[in-house]
Write a protein that binds this ligand. Structure first.
Ligand code: 4FN
Length: 268
């Protein structure tokens, strides 16, 4: 997968791209990320990339020509998909990440600063606008890193064992079961007996049930999206019967989904 980033702060990407998973993938060529300084595409002695907004109002706006020039040079006539990280974008989701990861073209990520980018850059070169969530940030660089990390996990060979990615998709949009490691007692709290029982069938079932329970308690909205197996639906029904503190509508959500479409594959 080929990704190019355009930013006025290329140094923000240095540690990110050289560390851990991403660093290894970049090293082996499974993932190739290049970072370009927008200023290199700006004219004049001062290579100015920002200016006052037409209509006033304070703050600065990123000028269009350096962006348009940068995208044309970086794309270099090869097929590419230009993605602007922006609060106006569609929210990034796991299925959106998979879709982007499947793209054959080079991804060109644009990271805005100041009050934002001249609207005509969108018109001229942007194919896609993506947001990582609804909060105020100072720039699109962290969102770009979030996207790169999520994408890199979909690239074959990036995540250590292929088993990990498969396990990810096996979880089917549910939250994780709780994890434990040594020591066996922490602050008076023991590891659940079943995890030290050596009964792998029972452990598998416990984990499956805990994942359903955690999702039902903390993110019932995810349950409505998940494609649950018969076994998981049974676990959910049992959990519902067990005790107080039900998030309302969790089973209803699943039942509705079942009525609608029970054949849908996860994360679609
Ligand atoms: N943010 C909001 C409304 C208006 C402005 C902002 C805001 C960085 C250049 C964009 C923010 C959040 C998620 C990029 C936020 C993202 C950005 C992102 C982002 C500087 C202009 C700006 C209503 C969402 C709170 C600043 C809401 N995902 N403007 O943050 O780039 O990708």
């Amino acid at each position: 997968m080929h990704i190019s980033v355009i930013t006025i702060f290329p140094e923000l990407f240095t540690a990110f791209l050289s560390t851990s998973l991403i660093g290894r993938a970049v090293g082996t060529g499974d993932l190739d990320v290049s970072v370009h300084n927008l200023r290199d595409f700006a004219d004049g002695k001062h290579q100015t990339v920002d200016d006052e907004p037409y209509g006033g109002g304070g703050g600065m706006v990123m000028k269009a020509p350096p962006w348009i020039q940068a995208v044309r040079v970086v794309a270099n006539d090869a097929p590419s998909r230009c993605v602007l990280l922006s609060p106006q974008g569609r929210r990034l989701t796991d299925s959106g990440v998979r879709e982007l990861a499947g793209a054959k073209e080079r991804l060109i990520l644009l990271c805005g600063r100041y009050e934002g980018i001249d609207e005509r850059v969108r018109v001229a070169v942007v194919d896609d606008e993506i947001s990582i969530g609804d909060f105020v940030l100072s720039g699109g660089e962290l969102p770009a890193m979030v996207l790169i990390e999520a994408l890199s996990r979909q690239v074959p060979g990036v995540v250590g064992q292929p088993q990990c990615v498969e396990q990810d998709s096996f979880r089917n949009g549910l939250l994780d079961y709780p994890h434990y490691t040594r020591p066996q007692v922490v602050e008076g709290v023991s590891v659940p007996d079943i995890l030290v029982s050596g009964d792998h069938g029972a452990i598998r079932a416990w984990r499956g049930r805990q994942a359903i329970r955690a999702t039902w308690e903390k993110r019932p909205d995810l349950l409505a999206q998940a494609a649950l197996t018969e076994e998981q639906l049974e676990w959910l029904a049992e959990i519902e019967c067990e005790g107080p503190g039900h998030p309302p509508d969790a089973v209803d959500l699943v039942t509705q989904r079942e009525d609608k479409d029970n054949t849908k594959s996860p994360r679609e």
